[in-house]
Design a protein around this ligand. Structure first.
Ligand code: NAD
Length: 483
C-alpha cells in the first residue's frame, strides 16, 4: 500500500472541509482533502445551492402569476421541468468545478475515496477501484457532515419517498405532495413544489411548524401556505403509507385521531443525524457524545489532540456557514494561531415565502439570559421600497437591552430577509447599540431601512411609524391594575 505524508489531512469536502483545506494550504500546510463523492458535499450538490436555484425559479413563477396586479399581462406560466433541472445542475456544476480549482490553485491534493482512521496519525483511503492509500499527518480535520433521518415506515426509496436529495433533483412535479416534518427542509422544498403546482400537505409532529422561530413570522409563512392551497397539520404523527389505486395513502394521527392523506409523493424532512460511523473515530480514541456527535472543545479539537471535527459532524446548528467558519478555525488552530469558536452572531436564513432570518437572541432568550429586553418593530408595509416591489408582507423586529440599549438580536420576516440579516450580524458581532444602527444613514428607498427603523422604534424614535407607548408586560399589567 502506498503511503503519503502531509502536514494535515481533511476528510470530507463539504463547506466545512473544503474551506478548512484551503485555509490550511494558505497557512503553508501541505494538505490533502479526501472525498468519496463530489466536491462541495451536501450543500453544493443537493442542499443549499440547488435548492436555492429552485426556490428562485419557483418565486419567478409566482411573480409571473401575480404580474397582472402590476399591469404586466402574460399568459399563465408553464414549467419545463427538464430545463429547470438542467439550469439547477449547471449552477451546481459551476460551483463544484470552482471548488476543485480553488483546491488545486492553493496546492491542496484532492484524494478520491473513503477514509478510515488506522491510528491517531494515519488514515487508509479506499478508492472506487478498491486500491488503498495510507495518508499520514500530524493533524486531521474530520468534516463528514450529517444525513437525513429516516423514520419507521418511510424508508427513502427515491421513488415514492423522497429525502431532500430526491426533492431537489426535480424529476417531476407531483400533483399532491405530503411533507412529513414541517421544519426547514419541509417548508422550503414544500413551498417550491407548491409554487410549481403541487398541492402540498405538511405533517408536523409538534404544535408549531418551524419550531423555535418567532410565532409571528411562522403565522405569515402559514398564511402563504394557505394562499397556495396547502394544508398544515400540527400535532400530527405519520404512521406509515401504502400504495393504493395508483397513488399513495399516508396514515397520520392528528391530535390522536387517525386520518388518511392521498398523495403522489412523500417528502420526509425530520432532521439530520451525524455521519460519524465507519470512520474509526472511536477506535482512534475520539469521544462520541450521546447523539452520535464527536465531543469537541472551543477549538474544535476532540479528545485526541491530532483529530479535529467541524461542521455538521460537530453538532447543530446545521448551517453551511457554521461549517465554513469552523473549517477556518480548525485550520488556524492547527497552524498555531489563536483561534476559537467565539462568534457572537451566527445568522440563520430560512428560504420560505416570506423568508425568515434570525441572528442573536430572541425576546424570550434575552429574558432567559437575565436581560430586560426592549423590542422595536417595523413593518415592511410601511416601507417605500417594499411597496414598490409589491412585497409588503413581514417585519423586522429588534431586541435590545433596556438598560444599556445594546443590540441583542434580530428577527426578520419578509422580502430578502436572508440578505438583510447580514447587516444585523455585523452589528451584533461589532457590539453595536440600537443607537449605532438608528444613527447610520441608510440609502433610500431600500429594504435595509426597515432594520434602521426597527432600531429607532425600540428607542421610541421611529420616523416612518407611530411610536406607541410600550404595552406593560402581563405581570406589570397585573400590578398596575392592583394599584
Ligand atoms: P428540522 O429539524 O428543521 O425539522 C424537522 C421537523 O420534523 C421538526 O419540526 C420535527 O418536529 C418534525 N418531525 C420529526 N419527526 C417527525 C415525524 N415522525 N412526523 C412529523 N414530523 C416530525 O429538520 P430538517 O428540515 O430535516 O432539516 C435538517 C437540518 O438541516 C436542520 O437542522 C435544518 O436547520 C438544516 N437546514 C437548514 C437550512 C437553512 O438554513 N436554510 C435548509 C435546509 C436544512
Amino acid at each position: 500500500m502506498a503511503t503519503k505524508t502531509f502536514d494535515a489531512v481533511v476528510i470530507g469536502a463539504g463547506p466545512g472541509g473544503y474551506v478548512a483545506a484551503i485555509r490550511l494550504a494558505q497557512l503553508g500546510k501541505k494538505t490533502a482533502l479526501v472525498e468519496k463523492e463530489a466536491l462541495g458535499g451536501v450543500c453544493l450538490n443537493w442542499g443549499c445551492v440547488p435548492s436555492k436555484a429552485l426556490i428562485a425559479a419557483a418565486n419567478l413563477v409566482e411573480e409571473v402569476r401575480g404580474a397582472a396586479d402590476r399591469g404586466i399581462l402574460v399568459d399563465a406560466p408553464r414549467v419545463d421541468v427538464a430545463k429547470l433541472r438542467a439550469f439547477k445542475d449547471a449552477v451546481v456544476k459551476k460551483l463544484v468545478g470552482g471548488v476543485g480549482q480553488l483546491e488545486k490553485g492553493n496546492g491542496v491534493e484532492v484524494v478520491k475515496g473513503t477514509a478510515k482512521f488506522v491510528g491517531r496519525n494515519a488514515v487508509e483511503v479506499k478508492g472506487a477501484d478498491g486500491e488503498a492509500t495510507r495518508l499520514e499527518a500530524a493533524a486531521f480535520i474530520v468534516a463528514t457532515g450529517a444525513r437525513p433521518v429516516e423514520i419507521p415506515g418511510f424508508a427513502f426509496d427515491g421513488k415514492d419517498v423522497w429525502s431532500a436529495k430526491e426533492a431537489v433533483d426535480l424529476r417531476e412535479v407531483p400533483k399532491r405532495l405530503v411533507c412529513i416534518g414541517a421544519g426547514v427542509i419541509g417548508m422550503e422544498l414544500g413551498t417550491v413544489y407548491a409554487k410549481l403546482g403541487s398541492q402540498v400537505t405538511y405533517v408536523e409532529a409538534l404544535p408549531q411548524i418551524l419550531t423555535g422561530i418567532d410565532p409571528e413570522a411562522v403565522r405569515l409563512v402559514q398564511k402563504g401556505v394557505r394562499q397556495r392551497g396547502g394544508t398544515v397539520l400540527v400535532n400530527a404523527k405519520a404512521k406509515g403509507f401504502e400504495r393504493k389505486d395508483g397513488a399513495l395513502a399516508v396514515q397520520v394521527e392528528v391530535d390522536g385521531k387517525p386520518q388518511e392523506l392521498a398523495c403522489d409523493k412523500i417528502l420526509v424532512g425530520v432532521g439530520f443525524r451525524p455521519n460519524s460511523e465507519g470512520l474509526g473515530l472511536e477506535e482512534a480514541g475520539v469521544e462520541i457524545g450521546p447523539k452520535g456527535f464527536p465531543v469537541v472543545d472551543a477549538q474544535l479539537r476532540t479528545k485526541v489532540p491530532s483529530i479535529f471535527v467541524i461542521g455538521d459532524l460537530a453538532g447543530p446548528p446545521f448551517l453551511a456557514h457554521k461549517g465554513f467558519k469552523e473549517g477556518e478555525i480548525a485550520a488556524e488552530v492547527i497552524a498555531g494561531m489563536k483561534s476559537a469558536r467565539d462568534w457572537v452572531a451566527m445568522p440563520g436564513a430560512i428560504f420560505t415565502d416570506p423568508e425568515i432570518a434570525t441572528v442573536g437572541l430572541s425576546e424570550e432568550e434575552a429574558r432567559t439570559q437575565g436581560y430586560d429586553p426592549i423590542v422595536g418593530k417595523f413593518a415592511f408595509a410601511a416601507l417605500g421600497r417594499a411597496l414598490a416591489i409589491d412585497h409588503t408582507e413581514g417585519f423586522v423586529k429588534v431586541i435590545g437591552d433596556r438598560e444599556s440599549k445594546l443590540l441583542l438580536g434580530v428577527t426578520m420576516c419578509g422580502p430578502e430577509a436572508s440578505d438583510l440579516v447580514a447587516e444585523a450580524a455585523l452589528a451584533l458581532e461589532m457590539g453595536a447599540y440600537l443607537e449605532d444602527v438608528a444613527l447610520t444613514v441608510h440609502a433610500h428607498p431600500t429594504l435595509p431601512e426597515a432594520f434602521m427603523e426597527a432600531c429607532k422604534a425600540a428607542l421610541g424614535e421611529a420616523i416612518h411609524a407611530l411610536n406607541r407607548p410600550e404595552r406593560p408586560r402581563k405581570a406589570e399589567a397585573g400590578s398596575a391594575a392592583r394599584a
